[in-house]
Write a protein that binds this ligand. Structure first.
Ligand code: DX5
Ligand code: ZN
Length: 217
């Protein structure tokens, strides 16, 4: 079932993003963290920069929008041609409408949950989603430690997805290392974001292969 290793460019050199994307050519997608200093206490890049990255990236882009007012902004990321666009459930007033809009514009629709947000209120909308992102740290910064308290939620989400028959990927993001990736995979995750565990290594490509091997059950 294991599918994807998506390195987060949050841990890359922001002065050399084109070269940094070229260093992860064996990745399934590049994870792009968009932060607005409102939904999370950090600020990264926005639509104009992501549009240019989409034009030059050798791998598909997977946007993770940690922004307020996401109902307004997320469709623009789909229009830019990104492979997948993930919004936070806590930031959307109309998650079903937004997921439909993303799909209608040609992107995979992802919905993210902060560590303390339960999955149960959203189980009836699984068929509207291509991906559920279960945050395994509080969103905002790279380099934090994996929160094991999120593992039961991953297990419950996987069971619900299997039960529903919907084809929904479970992405985990935050604190993914060669050690924690196995626990996340065993719990049912199949798309793995890793920032420091990829860009913090001398060879990002070798780090990706090593994470991929560790995620195989
Ligand atoms: C955190 C971001 C993550 C971050 C992960 O809010 O959503 O994508 O880059 O970084 P690591 O893998 O270093 O925990
Ligand atoms: Zn992220």
């Amino acid at each position: 079932m294991t599918c994807c290793i998506n390195p987060s460019i949050l841990s890359a050199d922001f002065a050399n993003l084109e070269a940094e994307l070229a260093r992860i050519a064996n990745a399934d997608a590049a994870h792009v963290d968009v932060m607005d200093n409102h939904f999370v206490p950090n600020l990264t890049i926005g639509l104009p920069v992501v549009e240019r990255l989409q034009e030059i990236s050798p791998v598909p882009l997977d946007a993770h929008l940690m922004i307020a007012d996401v109902d307004r902004w997320a469709p623009h990321y789909a229009d830019a041609g990104l492979a997948s666009v993930t919004f936070h459930a806590e930031a959307s007033n109309a998650p079903i409408k937004l997921a439909r809009e993303l799909r209608a514009r040609g992107a995979k629709a992802g919905m993210a949950l902060r560590p303390a947000t339960p999955v149960e209120p959203f189980l009836d909308m699984l068929t509207e989603l291509d991906m559920l992102l279960i945050m395994t740290v509080e969103p905002g910064f790279g380099g934090q430690s994996f929160l094991d308290v999120t593992l039961p939620k991953i297990r419950r989400a996987r069971a619900a997805i299997e039960g529903s028959g919907a084809a929904v990927a479970i992405q985990v993001d935050g604190g993914i290392t060669e050690e924690t990736i196995t626990r996340a995979a065993e719990a049912g995750a199949n798309v793995f974001v890793a920032g420091s565990a990829v860009y913090g290594k001398d060879s990002p490509e070798a780090a990706i292969e090593s994470l991929r091997a560790r995620a195989q059950l």
